[in-house]
Ligand binder design. Structure first.
Ligand code: ZN
Length: 429
């Protein structure tokens, strides 16, 4: 009688998306043994929720110990990627099984790794690199959509304020997370703080780092009223809401209003403002006014005089609009953005190809894929704005305002008289 050990594995992510069902893997192994052997004993080791990135998996280690002691004849598994995704680890495993005179069989790839031919096939023909070739982004998106319809949360990172239990989201057991969410929404809804200030306060109050963009994203995330949206799919009763619709809507509205005061802290005229009295480059600084609003200023380090960005913008708005019109009429900026968009789309495509060939792990793939998607969306928005060609400078987003200023403005000179100051904008195109 021959002793056969089977090994099956699925990670939580794969289970949800690629249908690598444990039962299916077991069935394949059992059928294979029935077909190939007559007198045998089969024992299958089941690994749940572990990725193949490392060999440090309890059931795999258990298998390695057991096959050695039990003097197993064969180890059968569904496909190579169940065993490991790392070619170096595969070498090690093959060596181990070789040393213990155990045959290694991969059913799906019809490989007998105990033979030299089987091994050279794995290492030389690129079979290994082409595993899971059916794993395309299309399939991923479909699986994501399906998960969302079913009320499951398919993404790797759990949103703040929620815990993922059995693939679904529930209000977090961690009280601090709930407090932070409440802090964000209540302060922004009541207009006490803007999202930049909320970000600063979260660090002070909760010793938790949350970038201001993340705060803004949180306020805009309908998940917190229990609604999930993903690529046209909407699940209205997705999870338990953490804030009321009323508070949520107020917060969203205020977050949009605050966006304008935020771009001002970005110093639109960075490294462009000079002092007309002493010819020094003026330094950006900021002061807090009423309602904790942040006002950006430029300061001459020699003359110790200040000029407010609001006033500089107001004084030069006619010129800035002129530059904006020029920017939108000149297609070079548009072409740059278009080629950048193509580059990122290509990167995303390559990423998908690499995922198909199993060159990167699943979690990284999802994260980077989503990152590229948001970059693409952002660029497409900007291209759309440029195509409109009738934009008002004050309505553009900060990045575009800065881009226009950086492209054309050579200097913004401020001249101080004892009680007043005046500015003059120099530009070229
Ligand atoms: Zn000066």
């Amino acid at each position: 009688m021959i002793k056969i050990f089977g090994y099956v594995r699925e990670s939580t992510v794969q289970q949800a998306f690629f249908g690598y069902n444990i039962e299916e893997q077991k069935r394949v192994i059992t059928e294979y043994c029935k077909y190939h052997y007559q007198d045998y004993e089969l024992e299958i080791f089941t690994e749940m929720g572990k990725s193949a990135r490392s060999l440090n998996r309890p059931e795999l280690q258990n298998l390695l110990d057991t096959v050695k002691k039990a003097k197993a004849d064969k180890v059968v598994f569904h496909s190579l990627d169940r065993l490991t995704r790392d070619i170096k680890d595969l070498y090690m495993l093959i060596e181990f099984f070789d040393k213990n005179k155990i045959e290694l069989v991969s059913v799906m790839e019809s490989l007998d790794l105990s033979t030299a031919i089987g091994r050279s096939h794995v290492f030389n023909s690129g079979v290994y690199a082409q595993l899971e070739s059916e794993r395309t982004s299309e399939r991923t998106i479909r699986a994501y959509k399906q998960a969302i319809v079913e009320g499951k949360y398919p993404f790797p990172r759990c949103p703040l304020g929620y815990d993922k239990i059995d693939k679904k989201l529930y209000p977090s057991e961690d009280k601090q997370q709930l407090e932070i969410i409440n802090f964000i929404f209540s302060n922004i809804a009541s207009n006490t703080l803007n999202y930049v200030e909320v970000s600063e306060q979260i660090k002070k109050k909760f010793n938790y780092i949350m970038k201001d963009d993340t705060v803004r994203d949180t306020v805009n995330n309908k998940l917190y009223i229990g609604v999930m949206e993903y690529r046209g799919i909407v699940n209205e009763n997705y999870c338990e809401p953490l804030v009321s619709k009323e508070v949520f809507e107020k917060a969203i509205k205020n977050c949009k209003v605050k966006k304008k005061s935020h771009w001002r802290v970005n110093y639109l005229f960075k490294n462009k403002v000079t002092c007309g009295n002493c010819r020094c480059m003026m330094i950006q600084t900021s002061g807090k006014g009423k309602y904790k609003k942040v006002y950006p200023y430029y300061r001459c380090p020699v003359c110790k005089r200040y000029a407010s960005e609001d006033k500089l913008l107001e004084e030069n708005k006619v010129y800035l609009q002129k530059l904006t019109n020029e920017y939108f009429n000149d297609s070079s900026g548009l072409n740059e953005k278009k080629s950048e968009l193509e580059k990122i789309k290509k990167k995303q495509k390559n990423l998908t190809e690499n995922a198909k060939r199993d060159l990167i792990d699943v979690d990284t793939f999802y994260d980077v894929f989503i990152h590229y998607s948001s970059q693409i969306e952002n660029l497409e928005d900007q291209i759309e704005t440029i195509n409109l060609k009738n934009s008002y400078f004050g309505n553009l987003d900060t990045n575009m305002q800065k881009e226009i200023i950086n492209k054309y403005v050579t200097e913004l000179q401020v001249s101080f008289s004892p009680k007043k100051y005046k500015s003059k904008l120099f530009y070229s195109y």
